[in-house]
Design a protein around this ligand. Structure first.
Ligand code: VGL
Ligand code: ZN
Length: 197
């Protein structure tokens, strides 16, 4: 059984948001149309406390600069998707009611979590793997925002966990900073992720 995982279609990642992805809202009709054709539907929600360590403002640093964290390099982002704020809410045009599970992530101040499966230390699980297996999912299809960060990290973890993994790139948009999109596509291809439009 194939599970649809819709990554981070939230106001802050759409035009007008704090970390807007160009045309982030253009994928809404496609995602809403995909939803009914899957038996298992998950939405992820980036859900940070205000003191989150991925926020440039909490380091006195410029957004989009990089720092070294105990778990590796980390991009510092504008303040985004703070728990309970309008920016953290799903885009109002997303058919969110169709999903059985909302997987929140990035809730621990000390470590970011791009992937729906593991935090950026690559060891702390979100619990999504167990939920999917308990529901009988045997493969996953991913879409959403942003293709080069949270979608790619989720897809790479999904294949690592043994799920045949497909990314619908036409139902994604990317941040594309410093070659991040080309890099993410190459890494997904090399790992065996199926990339489809
Ligand atoms: C994301 C940067 C920071 C994403 C989340 O959803 O791709 N990117 N937090
Ligand atoms: Zn985030």
């Amino acid at each position: 059984m194939d599970a649809l995982i819709v990554i981070d279609v939230q106001n802050d990642f759409c035009p007008g948001g704090a970390l807007a992805v160009a045309e982030g809202d253009a994928i809404l009709p496609r995602i809403n149309a995909l939803m009914p054709s899957f038996d298992i539907r998950v939405l992820t929600q980036d859900w940070h406390p205000a003191d989150h360590s991925s926020f440039a403002a909490n380091h006195g640093a410029d957004p989009f600069s990089q720092v070294q964290m105990p778990y590796g390099p980390q991009v510092l982002w504008p303040v985004h998707c703070v728990q309970g704020t309008p920016g953290a809410a799903f885009h109002p045009g997303l058919a969110a009611d169709a999903a059985e599970l909302i997987q929140r992530k990035g809730t621990h101040a000390a470590v970011d979590s791009y992937s729906a499966f593991f935090e950026n230390d690559h060891t702390t699980p979100t619990g999504l793997e167990g939920w999917l297996r308990a529901r009988g999912a045997t493969s996953v299809t991913l879409c959403g925002l942003a293709l080069d960060y949270c979608v790619a990290f989720s897809a790479l973890d999904a294949v690592r966990l043994g799920f045949p993994t497909r990314v619908l790139t036409g139902a994604c948009r990317a941040i594309d900073m410093g070659g991040s999109l080309a890099d993410a596509l190459a890494r997904m291809r090399a790992a065996g992720v199926t990339l489809e439009d």
